[in-house]
Design a binder for this molecule. Structure first.
Ligand SMILES: Cc1cc2nc3c(=O)[nH]c(=O)nc-3n(C[C@H](O)[C@H](O)[C@H](O)COP(=O)(O)OP(=O)(O)OC[C@H]3O[C@@H](n4cnc5c(N)ncnc54)[C@H](O)[C@@H]3O)c2cc1C
Ligand SMILES: NC(=O)c1ccc[n+]([C@@H]2O[C@H](COP(=O)([O-])OP(=O)(O)OC[C@H]3O[C@@H](n4cnc5c(N)ncnc54)[C@H](O)[C@@H]3O)[C@@H](O)[C@H]2O)c1
Length: 456
């Protein structure tokens, strides 16, 4: 049994808890998979590197509308893939080595589970190591959920963990799901020349977004991909080197490859939480208070394992707060989940922060809304844009912005002044007229959206 000041389970955002405050302390870092976790290895970073390549391909295809004739001669999938992982894999290896050789860290490369409140059992290869610690942080992330109709059918399938490493592009791909992961990979693979067929259980893609955004995005998706909505899968078969999904309505949707993107669940089931007495929500997330504390003294949690938001910037924020709280028990800081933004790097890009219009109305906000078309600004003319919108929602009474929802080029960057305004309590007129907006930059879309809000 080895005792530590701190034991961290999971090296995603958990890895950043080893701050200089622990320089003269002993820290156990436990990881059963890849060092750096989901975002680095199989999440945000590789996906966006693929998205960038997809956007280059789309730019070439669409260049004719600007009078520039170009043709896409081909897509070298293995080169695209190897550019991505040629950068990422060495970072993973470096992170592992750094923890293995750290002056104050001991790396355990195996699966951890609790055997008592601050006591862990780590299976490293065939050996079991016992670890105790004054404080333990559960930063175990989440994993893809695969519906039984697929997992029990025996058909081959990919999840986001494996699809980016395939050796060759398939001619066609069926994507099950209509959320973040489905929408991003539909964009990547279709831009690279794969015929994409989406099978989605609900009637709209990205249905948690503002209704207008979700509706308009779904319409654009139908123009780009073969989209099956309100589709329940009742069976799956493999035939003629294709995977075929049988839908309740009798239709069959087939493709060379199946990608399952039906949500992610926290990695808490095989953690022995019951042995430590750590409480969870009904969806499996560890229960934490606003400081990241579980109900068991000295046990903390952060990121996808416990958060209501499965987003890297949230996991990182929570890690910064927990890192502080671990060493400042008398000066605890609280998580700030007031204005959590997100972006979906699909085509067109989507970004959002705050309440949807429906949420705001339901919450009794005296709503004023402006939907600014990119196409009605100078940069939008340059882009020949006809579909992109920047929707901003404010409270007529306080003039504070309560939400923004964007669909179009650079949405994830354009939305940032709104996140800033909401975070610092600036009113819409202050943001619109209290600063210069560079002319004729795309940011004028934001300025015009704010100026279009009507206040009494
Ligand atoms: C395809 C994809 C794309 C994404 N894109 C974005 C994006 O663009 N922007 C964004 O904000 N978010 C994105 N996300 C979400 C983001 O990746 C996660 O929210 C974030 O990585 C969660 O970080 P974490 O530290 O909580 O968990 P993770 O990074 O998942 O780390 C948890 C670690 O714990 C390890 N572990 C689990 N259980 C145990 C155990 N019992 N013992 C030992 N080790 C264990 C795991 O192996 C893992 O390495 C994406 C996710 C996916 C899947
Ligand atoms: N750009 C980003 O920030 C980014 C990118 C990818 C993933 N993520 C994070 O990862 C999370 C997981 O992504 P995701 O796309 O897997 O989940 P999601 O929650 O975004 O979407 C899940 C989709 O699967 C469908 N679904 C669920 N169960 C189903 C079933 N049994 N049969 C058919 N369809 C089913 C849902 O209707 C929904 O369309 C996201 O919610 C997000 O927080 C973030």
């Amino acid at each position: 049994m080895t005792h530590f000041d701190l034991a961290i389970i999971g090296t995603g955002s958990g890895n950043s808890l080893v701050t200089p405050d622990f320089d003269d302390k002993r820290v156990a870092v436990i990881e059963e998979g890849l060092f750096g976790g989901t975002c680095l290895n199989v999440g945000c970073i590789p996906t966006k590197m693929f998205v960038y390549a997809a956007e280059v391909a789309d730019t070439i295809r669409e260049s004719g509308r600007y009078g520039v004739d170009a043709t896409l001669d081909g897509v070298r999938w293995r080169d695209i893939r190897d550019r991505v992982f040629g950068r990422i894999d060495p970072i993973e290896a470096g992170g592992r080595e750094y923890r293995e050789n750290g002056a104050n860290t001991t790396a355990y490369e195996g699966h951890a589970e609790f055997v008592g409140p601050r006591e862990l059992r780590v299976q490293v290869g065939s050996q079991v190591q016992e670890v105790t610690a004054d404080q333990i942080v559960i930063a175990t992330g989440a994993h893809s959920v695969v519906p039984e109709v697929i997992s029990e059918s025996g058909v081959p399938f990919h999840t986001s963990d494996t699809i980016m490493r395939i050796d060759q592009l398939p001619s066609s791909m069926v994507i099950l799901g209509g959320g973040f992961i489905a929408s991003e990979f539909a964009h990547v693979f279709s831009a690279l020349g794969v015929q994409v067929r989406i099978v989605n259980r609900s009637g709209r893609l990205l249905r948690k977004e503002d209704e207008q955004i979700s509706e308009e995005f779904t319409q654009l998706a139908i123009q780009q991909w073969d989209v099956h909505l309100n589709a329940t899968v009742v069976g799956a078969k493999e035939s003629d080197e294709e995977v075929a999904l049988e839908l309740e309505a009798g239709e069959v949707v087939s493709g060379e490859v199946l990608l399952v993107a039906t949500g992610r669940e926290p990695n808490t089931l095989s953690l022995g939480l019951e042995k430590a007495g750590v409480a969870t929500h009904s969806d499996g997330r560890v229960r934490v208070d606003e400081f990241g504390r579980t109900n068991v003294e000295g046990v903390w949690s952060l990121g996808d394992a416990s958060s209501a938001y499965q987003l890297k910037h949230v996991a990182n924020h929570e890690a910064r707060i927990v890192a502080h709280n671990l060493v400042h028990p008398d000066d605890l800081q609280a998580f700030d989940h007031r204005f959590v933004p997100s972006a979906v790097f699909t085509h067109p890009q989507i970004a959002s922060v705050g309440m949807t219009e429906a949420d705001a109305r339901e919450a009794g906000v005296d709503v004023t809304v402006k939907v600014q078309k990119y196409g009605d600004t100078a940069y939008g003319w340059a882009m020949e844009d006809t579909t992109s919108i920047f929707k901003v929602i404010a409270d007529r009474r306080t003039k504070l912005i309560v939400g923004a929802h964007v669909m179009g080029s650079m949405a994830s960057s354009l939305i940032q002044p709104i996140i800033q305004a909401m975070s610092f309590g600036q009113t819409a007129p202050e943001v619109a007229r209290g600063q210069y907006w560079i002319h004729p930059a795309l940011a004028e879309v934001v300025e015009n959206a704010l100026l279009g809000l009507e206040f009494d």
